[in-house]
Design a protein around this ligand. Sequence first.
Ligand SMILES: Cc1cc2nc3c(=O)[nH]c(=O)nc-3n(C[C@H](O)[C@H](O)[C@H](O)COP(=O)(O)O)c2cc1C
Length: 322
Amino acid sequence: MEETVRLTDADRDAMLRAAVAAPSMHNTQPWRFRFAGRTVEVHRDRARELPAEDPSRRMLYVSLGASIFNLRVAAAALGMGSAVRHLMEQRRPDLVAVVELDAPLSGEMAGLAPYLSERRTNREPFSDVRVPDQIRAELGLSARVEGAVLQWIDRPPMQWWLRMATTDAMTADDQSRGRTAERRRWVGGDRADDGVPSSALGPRVAGGDPVVRDLAATGADELRPVADFERAPQFAVLATRYDGPIEWLRAGQALERVLLEATAHSVSTSLLNQVIEHEGLRWQINDPLGPWQRPQAVIRFGYGPPVPPTPRRPIADVLIRD
Ligand SMILES: Cc1cc2nc3c(=O)[nH]c(=O)nc-3n(C[C@H](O)[C@H](O)[C@H](O)COP(=O)(O)O)c2cc1C
């Protein structure tokens, strides 16, 4: 077998910095990485999971998928191609994927590298400017390349369903002690290296329509100022054909590719995922006529003001050393 070049510490650190920059539910950063030759193992971190809000662990796997995609972008920027083996091995239950760095290089992936640190979840009001069709098409293509589809929620009946289902999910969230307690642990206040700080919550939506998720978990955050949001929010559902951990890892890679592509076009994004977190409501946002029936994320697109980055853990904390 051909002798392969080992990664330098600088290569490894660049990939880790990219991986931890990924979005994750409540900024839990539920990942750990082990470098072995020209492969990177991706492990779940069970101490950072959300059993009440994410009982199936769908959001966990989607978050892990997003970090895998960032790793691949960083590898491409370093001149390395990547292929992902998604794993569900009983002997190593925390290992979810292995990224092989000996695969053919994809040029367009490296082009996303400048946006790894620029991407943000933006919970501020967006302007009423419509994302042009050309950009919508490119975002759709980004999802497709990673094995998912992006369904724009443009038709009024779909918008109505999304609004109703999300409102139901919000009520169910507020009535669940377990979910509220989890949010309180991860959201609000000043945050040093994980969780969602109060400063990232954005204002409350005047009128209370579900345009952006109100993650407030403390009395102080519940009294944030109110603002007018865009009149016609632009939502799209990211969906896959099947369900299950491997599909969710793929959905996470597709999600991050879409978010980075949006960032590259100066399009702001946030997620409105409550409805995905409730199995009983999730089916309501399926497109009954479409073949893609497994919604994995609800993304809001538009043009918002700049927002600051949220904190991340030091890369030494996510590196598994032998
Ligand atoms: C699977 C997943 C689900 C998420 N769900 C929501 C959501 O419903 N509402 C929301 O405002 N943000 C949501 N987020 C965004 C995270 O809160 C955000 O990524 C995290 O706080 C880090 O901030 P950043 O994206 O600005 O880096 C989600 C992110 C992921 C990956």
